[in-house]
Design a protein around this ligand. Structure first.
Ligand code: AMP
Length: 219
């Protein structure tokens, strides 16, 4: 049987440790994982930490980014891979288990809707997260989030508080940037990310990247 190739959208976040390095290594591992092809990472953006109480300007800031890829893995196999990589990179050991330094979310898995004890896809909060929508637009200016519409319009509605890295792709490490306001044309992919192989967002697949059979729009 020929395995079905499904386009996916993944979101990355880190707010402790060497955030860019952590995300970059995690992305490299994903790009090299059997069953994952065409891995294409967005530039990273910096954002104020979002807590259960709302945005917290005093908390360490996040670096966030997304990646498009294609996979023959099932959604739960892919989640296993993401969680394995999170575990490998995602915690700093000191006296005890420390803060999580890496979060990877599965935002879209083709056009599939999943709601079980391990997975909710499309990710239920993606449409209200500028740190997902903004880097996604960097990769695909025509992106559409199933059930919610054009990403450019969603982002306009919620506002974009994310900051790009500077023109060289370098992060200054102190929360400052030399790049000023974002310029998507100058955006630079993070080092270590696999080379782009053509961009097709999961909810708007082309050719081989057809959504799975179980397709319906999320509400
Ligand atoms: P968090 O660390 O806040 O991202 O939450 C991780 C938990 O969310 C894990 O137990 C996952 O099984 C669950 N989860 C549900 N839906 C998703 C998704 N779309 N992507 C990643 N984790 C998910």
């Amino acid at each position: 049987m020929i395995a079905q190739v499904v386009p996916v959208l993944l979101a990355f976040g880190a707010n402790l440790g060497d955030r860019g390095e952590t995300i970059s290594h995690a992305q490299e591992e994903l790009a090299q994982t059997p069953g994952i092809t065409g891995f294409q990472a967005s530039p990273l953006r910096e954002t104020i930490a979002l807590t259960t109480e709302g945005p917290d300007p005093d908390a360490p800031r996040y670096l966030n980014g997304v990646a498009l890829a294609q996979t023959t893995l099932s959604p739960h196999e892919l989640l296993d891979v993401l969680q394995r990589i999170e575990r490998r990179h995602g915690r700093v050991r000191d006296t005890q288990w420390g803060d999580r330094t890496l979060d990877i979310d599965l935002i879209l898995y083709g056009g599939k809707v999943i709601a079980d004890e391990r997975l909710t896809v499309p990710h239920p909060r993606a449409h209200e997260r500028d740190f997902v929508l903004s880097p996604w637009l960097d990769l695909d200016p025509n992106a559409v989030l199933m059930g919610h519409g054009r990403v450019t319009e969603l982002l306009q509605r919620i506002g974009d508080t994310t900051l790009p890295l500077d023109d060289s792709g370098a992060y200054h490490g102190d929360g400052s940037f030399s790049g000023g306001e974002g310029n998507r044309d100058q955006a630079t992919a993070p080092t270590g990310a696999a080379a782009p192989t053509g961009s097709a967002s999961p909810a708007a697949p082309t050719g081989a990247a057809a959504p799975t059979a179980n397709v319906r729009a999320s509400q």
